[in-house]
Design a protein around this ligand. Structure first.
Ligand SMILES: Nc1ncnc2c1ncn2[C@@H]1O[C@H](COP(=O)(O)OP(=O)(O)OP(=O)(O)O)[C@@H](O)[C@H]1O
Ligand SMILES: [Mg+2]
Length: 401
């Protein structure tokens, strides 16, 4: 009998054995592809582990099937250091597809290209793109626009392409640095907005934590109109069940899950994809051991939650100070803690549950600090939410334990 190994994949960006749900989001993406003039770009956003990266990965073949070129990568904080770094990022990603395109002299403004023979044979590889960037006149915005335009013209002359998608994951890392007079985030937005207005079919697809969109709007108000924002939620009951059952339906799979086990897993995961993968992986291993021993297995949910607390939550919790934990505890007592809450609600609850209540300016300050630590985020209506799924339940477990 072929060895059947544990199919579940808890881990950032690991393709799940079965990608459940997300049809509406896929439709939303497909709807953007027929645009010839790009009026809408896409943002995929949502809490940690909700499935942004794997969904973005699944968009690539959809676009490529329709002839689109797809480039991009993860955005790190270092991309955000300067405008030049942002430009380097775009040139690097673009060069993957343009490095085989040979340029004719006339197509390129006479910049940085040393000799005649070089002029004739030069391809648009990374050094050539950067030469162009450095040689073009103007500010970084003028330069990078120039590079993208030249590259697009060269590319579209040789093959029929609907356009290029620039897909960037972890885009919440982008930021302008006004202290250093460096505006890489604004550079990115201005570049695409301007080229799209000129009719170039270069589309942006950004994914990131819920801080992403407010950040873009703060940098450039036109981001409101430029992006279609898709907020990924936890999976529905039915989708959760599929994510759990499909991977073990294989005839060779030694594991069988009762309806009750599936219910337990759905409940404990809250339908969050990362938790589903994590819990199912543990359940699989635990069940296989019991089956080997000839025993009937039940989901060891407390042990699994304990492990999840250690592996997933504890690190984030450890970074909070005692006073911050107190505040988080107060928030976890709010009925709406897994949805959204206001400073005022937190202040009121602190009067009920603490000897020494928080003032609203104190709550405000602390929420700002917790936001920069990635534990909460402020939405566009000025309300706050936990940035980590099921954080409220974890905190309650800590308070009890
Ligand atoms: N639709 C889905 N069905 C089943 N499993 C999924 C689904 N989406 C994501 N997963 C699983 O959930 C986990 C987290 O997915 P992913 O890394 O894409 O999340 P993310 O939102 O990008 O997280 P982060 O905020 O940390 O970047 C992975 O183990 C992945 O296999
Ligand atoms: Mg991700």
């Amino acid at each position: 009998m072929p060895e059947f190994s544990n199919p579940f994949r808890p881990g950032a960006g690991h393709t799940p054995p079965y990608l459940a749900g997300r049809q509406a989001e896929r439709q939303e993406f497909l709807r953007l592809l027929p645009q010839t003039t790009i009026l809408e770009n896409l943002i995929l956003t949502g809490l940690r582990g909700v499935g942004k990266t794997v969904l973005l990965d699944s968009f690539k073949p959809l676009a490529v099937n329709q002839g689109w070129i797809w480039v991009g990568t993860d955005l790190s904080e270092s991309t955000s250091v300067s405008e030049e770094n942002m430009a380097i990022r775009l040139c690097t990603d673009l060069s993957v597809i343009t490095s085989s395109v040979i340029m004719e002299t006339l197509e390129v403004p006479n910049v940085g290209f040393a000799t005649d023979s070089e002029r004739i044979h030069r391809t648009l590889n990374y050094p050539a793109l950067m030469d162009l960037y450095r040689g073009l006149p103007g500010l970084p915005l003028d330069k990078i626009k120039g590079v993208l335009e030249i590259a697009w013209r060269a590319l579209s002359k040789r093959q029929t392409v609907p356009g290029i998608i620039f897909a960037y994951d972890e885009a919440q890392n982008l930021a302008d640095q006004s202290g250093k007079e460096e505006y890489p985030l604004s550079l990115l937005l201005d570049t695409f907005q301007s080229l799209q207005r000129k009719g170039l079919p270069l589309m942006l697809v950004l994914t990131g934590l819920p801080t992403l969109f407010p950040k873009l709007v703060e940098a450039r108000t036109f981001s409101e109109r430029m992006f279609r924002v898709v907020f990924l939620q936890s999976l529905s009951r039915r989708e959760s069940e599929q994510a759990i059952r499909r991977p073990v339906e294989d005839a060779d799979c030694p594991l069988e899950l009762s309806d009750r086990s599936v219910e337990t897993i759905i409940g404990a995961s809250g339908g969050y994809p990362y938790f589903i993968q994590f819990i199912c992986r543990e359940v699989y291993d635990a069940f296989i051991q019991r089956i080997d021993l000839g025993e009937r297995a039940v989901v060891p949910i407390e042990e699994i939650e304990q492990k999840l607390d250690t592996d997933f939550f504890a690190g984030r919790w450890a970074r909070a100070t005692d006073r911050q934990r107190e505040l988080l505890f107060v928030i976890s007592r709010l009925e709406s803690c897994d949805d959204e809450f206001t400073v005022q609600e937190v202040v009121e609850e602190s009067k009920r549950s603490l000897d020494k209540a928080f003032s609203s300016s104190h709550v405000n300050q602390m929420l700002v600090a917790l936001a920069s630590q990635g534990l909460v985020f402020k939405n566009r209506h000025g309300k706050y939410s936990f940035a980590v799924p099921l954080l409220g339940r974890f905190i309650s477990r800590q308070a009890r334990g």
